[in-house]
Design a protein around this ligand. Structure first.
Ligand SMILES: [Zn+2]
Length: 168
């Protein structure tokens, strides 16, 4: 998570340090220092600002593709993916008990992160906390699809078992 100092850190899209409105932040800088998107990495971004920001899709897709590649290289297990989201859990070792589940959105720089054992409540409603407007709508749409696939822990376990079977 980005280092955010209240009153000092600003949203680079609007320049405001007012972080009382909902915002998100990515971890780490995915884009090179020379890239026009570099100043937006590791910084708080208001959801409202992101909704109208012309670079949102390229920015979000950068992180999304990175996470897909990471999962394929063993940073967690890629359980399922669709056009606008991917579902990952971890850790990756088959014998380890998973402790997190995360849904990455393709067109918003938002990660929906849950403790493994809290997945039922998280995927039903807790993921909405801190989200608003168009970002919430995107999360709702993705979560509705993810819930059909992984409505509970048994379904998650079964997805994980199948993925691990085919990858080892
Ligand atoms: Zn802003």
């Amino acid at each position: 998570m980005a280092i955010i100092l209240e009153g000092l850190t600003s949203c680079p899209i609007c320049g405001s340090t007012d972080l009382s409105k909902p915002y998100t932040a990515t971890s780490g800088a995915f884009f090179d220092e020379g890239d026009e998107l570099w100043p937006y990495c590791d910084a708080p971004l208001h959801l409202e600002c992101l909704a109208h920001w012309p670079h949102r899709e390229r920015f979000s897709r950068g992180y999304f593709d990175l996470w897909r590649a990471e999962a394929k290289q063993g940073n967690g297990v890629l359980l399922a993916e669709a056009h606008l989201w991917l579902l990952r859990c971890g850790p990756a070792k088959p014998e380890a008990t998973p402790y997190y589940v995360v849904v990455h959105l393709a067109d918003w720089p938002v990660e929906l992160y849950s403790r493994w054992e809290q997945w039922m409540g998280y995927s039903a409603h807790t993921y909405r906390e801190g989200l608003a407007g168009a970002a919430l709508k995107a999360a709702d749409a993705a979560m509705a699809e993810v819930r059909r696939l992984a409505p509970d822990l048994d379904a998650l376990r079964e997805l994980r078992r199948r993925v691990l079977l085919t990858s080892h």
